[in-house]
Design a protein around this ligand. Structure first.
Ligand code: HSE
Length: 338
């Protein structure tokens, strides 16, 4: 089999950028053996070249000029890992307008500009994929937009934020204080740059907004989802819940009943007997109910550099395979239902 090459430009080299680089470095040979494609990160857009990172990258790969990625004809795929809505959205659109396929883990940008980003992809006949934006390493978006398309969905319910689940688990099981656990979650690379988005439930609202689009085909902006985080949960609340046989979990939920969609993000009592009660630390779980498949639960690491790197590389590989087949735009998954 003739080996094909796919070249990648990476925007952002923080925790997830490094995790993605490492995932590819660790598995490049096995990916090449499985797919017949050699994937290579050739440029990295990053201001802070000298930051201490546990990966060695040739200095000439770094640039501070985004045009070095957009205008480089050898780059096929741009991975956006800058975080935040802007300039990430503009950059993704510029990449697509220059004929690059785009992969992102940026739930804030995808949730805020879902229609616009998908339209830019369609207009340019490029692929836009964002598996890593919801529930980290769990391939929930691929499942919803592939094997589960034969369903009309009733409900989605999930633990969708690793940082808050880590905090609640450590407070409950190790009796640790909120601030100390948040610090550890940051050190482990689970938390957002500004952890307010995690602890106030905004990150879950972003992810739920994306899930609602794919599951129910409706656009609900994150700001329109009633949202409450965990910053007011005390050790006493957790102990009281536990004495009553419950765990407190931050739950994102959307349900369709008699044609009406309801949704929320809030700390919720989950009985010890419920499968979501056993989802601890940075693990996430997404529970969906379809009218044919009935109940399904997906479980895995929802945060962290390598699990997120796994989801990002999955998208990159899917695009590489489509490119290798010369697949027309509408013959491959372009990010969900029409
Ligand atoms: N800050 C996010 C979390 C990262 O803790 O879940 C993954 O989206």
């Amino acid at each position: 089999m003739e080996m094909k090459t796919v070249k990648i430009g990476l925007m952002g080299f923080g925790n997830i950028g490094v995790g993605t680089y490492k995932t590819l470095e660790m598995n490049r040979a096995v990916i090449a053996a499985n797919t017949g494609i050699d994937f290579e990160i050739v440029k990295i857009l990053e201001k802070d070249v000298d930051r201490k990172r546990d990966v060695v990258v040739p200095r000439e790969k770094f640039t501070q000029n985004p045009d070095d990625l957009f205008l480089d004809p050898q780059i096929d795929i741009v991975i956006e890992l800058l975080g935040g809505i802007q300039p990430a959205t503009d950059f993704m659109q510029k990449a697509m307008n220059n004929g690059k396929h785009v992969v992102t883990a940026n739930k804030a940008a995808v949730a805020a500009n879902y229609d616009e980003l998908r339209k830019t992809a369609a207009d340019n006949q490029v692929l836009f994929r964002y598996e890593a934006s919801v529930a980290g390493g769990i391939p929930i978006l691929s499942a919803l937009t592939g094997p589960l398309l034969g369903n009309d969905f009733v409900e989605v319910l999930g633990i969708l934020n690793g940082t808050t689940n880590y905090i609640l688990s450590q407070m409950a099981d190790a009796g640790l204080a909120y601030e100390d656990v948040l610090k550890t979650a940051q050190e482990k690379g689970f938390a957002e740059a500004d952890p307010t988005a995690d602890v106030e439930g905004i990150d879950v609202a972003n992810k739920l907004s994306i899930l609602i689009s794919l599951i129910f085909g409706e656009r609900v902006a994150p700001k329109d989802i009633p949202t409450e985080g965990i910053s007011k949960i005390t050790k006493e609340d957790i102990e009281k819940a536990s004495a009553e046989g419950n765990k407190i979990k931050l739950i994102g939920k959307a349900k369709k009943e008699n044609g009406t969609l309801t949704y929320s993000v809030k700390p919720t009592m989950i009985p010890f007997s419920h499968p979501l009660a056993g989802v601890n630390n940075e693990f996430n779980a997404v529970f969906v109910k379809g009218n044919a498949v009935d109940e399904l639960m997906f479980y895995g690491k929802g945060a962290g550099p390598l699990p997120t790197g796994s989801a990002i590389m999955g998208d990159v590989i899917e695009i590489g395979k489509a490119m290798a087949k010369n697949a027309a735009y509408d013959q491959v998954v372009a990010g969900g239902r029409k």
